[in-house]
Design a protein around this ligand. Structure first.
Ligand code: URA
Length: 498
């Protein structure tokens, strides 16, 4: 009985090459055993064609060529493989079911006598293959929607790291989506199947990590540093060193360095349809699943009564649509009894990735001004009017877009809860969007800055510039004056809060 040993779990090219050879040799599906050769050391050169299976079947070998749309029938000509089948197979093979290779070969076999087979959706094999492809598609969407990065640092600077356990083997296929979205961020996505790394130039893969070692969220940085930072450099991959650093079981899918460009090309080809179809818009089913997964839909019904509920809830918030394109909801932070509460506009690009407010360029201006005003940030609560990053993609950059009044109104639910729970003495609105959120109506900064304003809930308010406004001012003199006024406003707020 022919045994086909594929090089790894998502070895589509190996499957295509083997399927073609088997089909041409007239080997019926029930005679074929498909396996994945987990022991294959992918750093070694691939075996010459014909070796390995012991049946003369070409399997993942150096000369394996893609399944062409035209196949010959047992020496005869004229058997065409419909393109939809090839596309479907490319998706279905990423499913975790052990049946997938067999199912796809059976379909290929049956297509010869029934060219219209793929249109018969009631056929059990066709339905099963479509079911696999749907599961894979859903898993890829979930990965796009739910991967959460944490900021880490290594010798080369900042890197964003995420741990994710996809339902199916979609990590490599989905990686180009993250490259497109975070082109100017170094990142690593660690999964049990494979880990993918973007270094601003190239995407590369290293073996998956054992789920038993899945780091707790707050330990992700240390985990990544220990296992990856010291060893990962595609230009310097060394098996011995890597094995020394990490138990062998991690490396079962170890790709050789030379395979990386090919692997990227394959991944891109396989996902291009998916990415083109819906880059950032999870389908309705995914949205419903997200709603279900969040257990008691913390963004509706009764308002939260603790800061912990808010912190957990904003990430699941669906009160407006901004969550769709954002990496995560960014909650406020600070001591629960803060006397002074700052409200910004919305997380920026870096805040969206880090999950914390005011940590990017605007945050640096803010920190500098706070220090100049003698306000300890650690004693204040810092939050935003809108908790998800609104932006649009221009090329590979995510460009900030101002939230509209509807989005601000939807997100006030969270800000109002923060205000009720913390009960600060003073609230500082940083910029016009924050003014709208704090006062519930448009509030001119020019006319109102520099003085204390009364809020209905007993707190006082100060409105002032947004730190980004200071960054954007082109004229140095105007910039210096606005910065000075900003520092004065911060001093006033701190005095009022004392
Ligand atoms: N701008 C804001 O308004 N908030 C942040 O958290 C970062 C930038």
């Amino acid at each position: 009985m022919p045994v086909v040993r594929l090089a790894h779990e998502t070895d589509f090219d190996g499957w295509r090459a083997a399927a073609r050879s088997l089909r041409q040799a007239g080997v019926a599906p029930h005679h074929v055993v498909w396996t994945v050769d987990g022991s294959a050391d992918l750093f070694s050169p691939p075996p010459p064609c014909g070796e390995g299976s012991g049946v003369g079947v070409t399997v993942g070998c150096a000369e394996a060529t893609p399944l062409r749309p035209t196949l010959s029938r047992q020496g005869g000509e004229g058997f065409r493989v419909p393109r939809p089948f090839v596309d479907l197979a490319g998706q279905a093979i990423l499913h975790r079911s052990d049946e997938r290779f067999d199912l796809l070969y059976r379909l290929l076999w049956r297509l010869q006598d029934k060219p219209e087979l793929m249109h018969i959706l009631s056929d059990a094999d066709v339905a099963r293959a479509h079911g696999f492809a749907r599961d894979v598609h859903r898993a890829a969407h979930k990965m796009k929607a739910f991967v959460r990065f944490r900021l880490a640092k290594d010798d080369e600077g900042e890197v964003y790291v995420a741990w994710f356990e996809p339902a199916h083997r979609v990590t490599e296929a989905t990686a180009p989506f993250f490259v497109k979205r975070f082109a100017n961020m170094r990142f690593s996505i660690l999964t049990p199947d494979v880990c993918v790394h973007w270094d601003l130039k190239a995407l590369a893969a290293t073996p998956g990590a054992d789920p038993a070692d899945a780091p707790r969220e707050d330990a992700l940085e240390d985990y990544w540093k220990t296992y990856y930072a010291s060893i990962f450099n595609p230009a310097r991959l060394k098996v011995a060193a890597m094995r020394k650093e990490m138990p062998k079981r991690y490396w079962r899918n170890l790709p050789e360095a030379a395979l990386i460009p090919e692997l990227i090309a394959q991944a891109e080809a396989r996902t291009s349809d998916m990415v083109r179809a819906a880059p950032t818009e999870p389908g309705r089913r995914v949205v419903r699943a997200a709603v279900r997964n969040s257990r008691d839909a913390p963004w509706e019904g009764q308002a939260p009564t603790s800061l912990e509920e808010i912190a957990a809830g904003v990430d699941h918030c669906r009160r407006c649509d901004l969550w769709r394109d954002a990496t995560q909801g960014v909650p406020g932070e600070g001591p629960p009894r803060a006397r002074l509460l700052f409200v910004g506009e919305q997380p920026g690009d870096q805040e969206d990735l880090a999950g914390r407010p005011f940590v990017g360029p605007a945050g640096q201006v803010f920190d500098r001004a706070l220090a100049a005003a003698g306000v300890p940030r650690a004693e204040t609560w810092v939050t935003n009017a809108v908790k998800h990053f609104k932006h649009e993609l221009t090329g590979k950059r995510r460009i900030h877009r101002t939230p509209n009044a509807g989005e601000v109104a939807a997100c006030r639910w969270w800000l109002d809860a923060e205000r009720r729970i913390i009960r600060p003495r003073v609230i500082v609105a940083l910029g016009a969007t924050a003014g709208l959120a704090v006062f519930g109506k448009a509030t001119s900064i020019k006319d109102n800055r520099g003085r204390a304003l009364q809020l209905p809930d007993q707190a006082q308010a100060v409105v002032t510039y947004h730190p980004s406004f200071l960054l954007r001012l082109p004229d140095e003199k105007a910039k210096a004056e606005a910065y000075e006024a900003f520092v004065e406003d911060l001093k006033l707020a701190w005095t009022l809060a004392a």
